[in-house]
Design a protein around this ligand. Structure first.
Ligand code: DP6
Length: 327
């Protein structure tokens, strides 16, 4: 039996989105992407390999997963198993409410950390980022804190993230609106593949991302909030245009998403700088400056109820914790 290892990784929210794979086997993306790691939502995962086990035992939030449900985890463990040993995996998502904000990014970043340590490997953060990518693309970026960019690369070696600004000495916040906590109908994996395969706008998306990355890097470096906000909002909408233009068309928006987007525009028209983004689900995330938090959270609480409004700030990269005494 190997010693148990425990890692904590936080979720990230992309400002310039990853939406499409160039190589589904190696998990290479079509484009680079850029994100902010958040402090509020994270996953703690403990892994221990044991030669006495005859299969992996995966527990998520105290529920033992069926072999079918843990398929992605088993395939991920195959990348690091010492002597083909099976593992006990215990993972807990820390999300303020049952919010549907837990993501594969924090899950596979934490699993990459815990599984590699439990296997006796002492990987650099770049190596962890590469490993995490094989579990889920967005996990590539969650190894790092603050702003991180995942370089698309051309092969396994070159497709990794790097930190742009890990400490983020800039008073900004992300307000997450929990508009629907249920499992999404079209997974991001299916949704992006369908967009690559069937949206006539997909070639234009690659140009959009190149342009947005070139423009957002200096906006972040100079703390130009308006410039950063305009880019992240338009990038999100152009990503979602790929779902609407796919065949068959689909969307992650629900009615409340549209209400929230309109409310952000109204706040902006009234002089409060804030910008929205959405991922593969209806929950809206607003970027704002901390000085505007009282006004923004009040506006959103009036619309959706305060229990649906969660404030997050820039968060840290992967951390290794001492493993629970009983595992
Ligand atoms: C909309 O990382 O969940 O959040 O690589 O197939 O696991 P897989 O997809 P995933 O996709 C994330 C899509 C996104 C945009 C982003 O995080 O960049």
């Amino acid at each position: 039996m190997t010693p148990a290892a425990t890692a904590r990784a936080h979720t990230n929210i992309a400002l310039v989105k990853y939406w499409g794979k160039a190589d589904t086997t190696q998990m290479l993306p079509q484009t680079s992407s850029l994100s902010l790691t958040l402090d509020q939502f994270y996953t703690d995962t403990t892994v221990q390999f044991d030669s006495a086990l005859t299969a992996d035992e995966v527990t998520l939030n105290d529920d033992r997963l069926s072999p079918q449900a843990s398929g992605k985890v088993q395939r991920f463990l195959d990348l690091v198993r010492p002597d083909g040993q099976f593992a006990r995996v215990q993972s807990t998502n820390h999300v303020p409410t049952a919010a549907g904000l837990a993501s594969s990014a924090s899950a596979f970043a934490a699993l990459a950390g815990a599984a590699s340590r439990a296997a006796g490997l002492d990987l650099t953060r770049t190596e962890l980022s590469r490993l995490a990518r094989h579990g889920s693309g967005s996990a590539t970026r969650s190894i790092f804190g603050g702003f991180a960019e995942w370089t698309a690369g051309t092969d396994d070696q070159s497709s990794v993230a790097h930190p742009i600004d890990e400490t983020v000495d800039w008073p900004i916040a992300v307000v997450a609106l929990v508009l629907n906590a249920h499992q999404k109908k079209v997974s991001s994996r299916q949704g992006m593949q369908s967009s690559v395969d069937t949206s006539p706008f997909y070639p234009a998306w690659k140009d959009v991302v190149a342009h947005d990355l070139a423009a957002i890097r200096p906006a972040i470096a100079t703390h130009d909030f308006q410039q950063m906000g305009e880019i992240l909002e338009s990038n999100a909408m152009r990503m979602h245009a790929l779902t609407l233009s796919a065949n068959p068309p689909f969307t992650y928006f629900n009615g409340d998403s549209l209400v929230a987007m309109q409310a952000v525009q109204d706040l902006r028209d009234a002089g409060t700088a804030c910008y929205y983004t959405l991922d593969a689900g209806p929950n809206v995330k607003l970027f704002c400056q901390t000085k505007d938090l009282p006004k923004i959270t009040q506006t959103m609480a009036d619309l959706f109820g305060s229990e649906h409004v969660i404030v997050a700030h820039p968060g840290p990269g992967i951390q290794f914790l001492s493993s629970p005494a009983k595992f």
